[in-house]
Ligand binder design. Structure first.
Ligand code: G4P
Length: 292
């Protein structure tokens, strides 16, 4: 695996979550809809296993709706778990969140037993954006660098409903190589942790299999989706670079520029609404990773 990602201070987060969870009724885990499995941190599942879970599949506006539906069905089939999808344009996400939490913890609510919810998610998943929307003002700091430190805060969504921000940083954990590549492509791990050309090749490999039509529409390669799916990743990346005049001073296609174009276009949705993994694929990766 070539993603070199060794975030520190996870032991502090572990300790803080273990302490906080005692007073929590429901744990919300925010996930990136373009890579739900990879953007989940298994440490969180481990630390919060005793509590019902609400999976908030965020950035749905950037993801493939068919695949988002697959992920929601996957999570909703798990015991003690509900899943909803959201995006930043949602003006009143509180209603869906409150309703799902009441389903998960029906005995909580009212002034005597207010609902206490912990909201967690790896950096860049959109937690600050959601918290800001919920609070209706800039309560949490929104930052574009993975790892902007913030302090824990409590938000009252209703008189009897409290939302607690994660104590500490919940860094992404790379459990299998595919997760690492998808996290890197999404921008969830620091730039110096990976090789962009390698990440771009892996990204191309995932995109070409399912999103040939979108790839053709974006880059005008003059290829059918079938031909795209059968072409080698490096050749496709080079074709993209040629189309976009990503050349070195000597006139050759510059592999670094090609990589930056593809990754940049993925992050800004310029290719379309793409999701890099399905629940089924993710399960296969995990299985292969554990038996390796
Ligand atoms: P975090 O607290 O989990 O670290 O994430 P944060 O809210 O800072 O969001 C990270 C980036 O993702 C921000 O973009 C934010 O606008 C964007 N974002 C959050 N939720 C959604 C969503 O549902 N859909 C889309 N399309 N984008 C979302 P940024 O470029 O870093 O900053 P800016 O564009 O807000 O200036």
């Amino acid at each position: 695996m070539s993603i070199q990602w060794f975030p520190g201070h996870m032991h502090l987060t572990r300790k803080a979550i273990t302490e906080r969870i005692k007073e929590i009724d429901v744990v919300i885990e925010m996930l990136d809809a373009r890579l739900p499995g990879s953007s989940a941190n298994p440490l969180l599942a481990e630390l919060t296993a005793s509590r019902p879970a609400l999976k908030v599949v965020n950035k749905q506006d950037m993801a493939d709706p068919l695949r988002t539906a697959l992920w929601l069905a996957h999570y909703n089939a798990q015991p003690n778990t509900r899943a909803i999808s959201l995006d930043a344009s949602e003006t009143s996400p509180a209603r869906a969140i409150i309703a799902a939490c009441h389903e998960l913890a029906p005995l909580r609510g009212g002034m005597v037993k207010p609902m206490r919810v912990l909201i967690c998610g790896i950096p860049n998943v959109g937690k600050s954006t959601l918290i800001n929307t919920l609070k209706g003002k800039r309560a949490a700091k929104t930052g574009d660098e993975a790892g902007v430190t913030r302090t824990e805060s409590r938000i009252a969504l209703a008189d009897d409903f409290y939302l607690y921000d994660t104590p500490g940083m919940l860094w992404p954990r790379i459990v299998v190589p595919e997760s690492g590549y998808n996290l890197a492509a999404s921008g969830a791990v620091g730039k110096n942790a990976y090789d962009e050309q390698e990440v771009a090749l892996e990204l191309m490999d995932k995109i070409k299999r399912v999103y040939g039509v979108e790839l053709e529409a974006r880059y005008k390669l003059g290829m059918t989706p079938e031909a795209i799916a059968e072409t080698k990743d490096e050749d496709l990346l080079e074709a993209v670079g040629r189309k976009r005049s990503a050349l070195t001073s000597g006139g050759r296609v510059d592999p670094q520029k090609c990589a930056e174009i593809l990754i940049g276009d993925f992050r800004t949705n310029a290719i379309g609404r793409l999701t890099l993994e399905t629940p089924e694929e993710f399960a296969v990766w995990l299985k292969a990773g554990h038996s390796a």
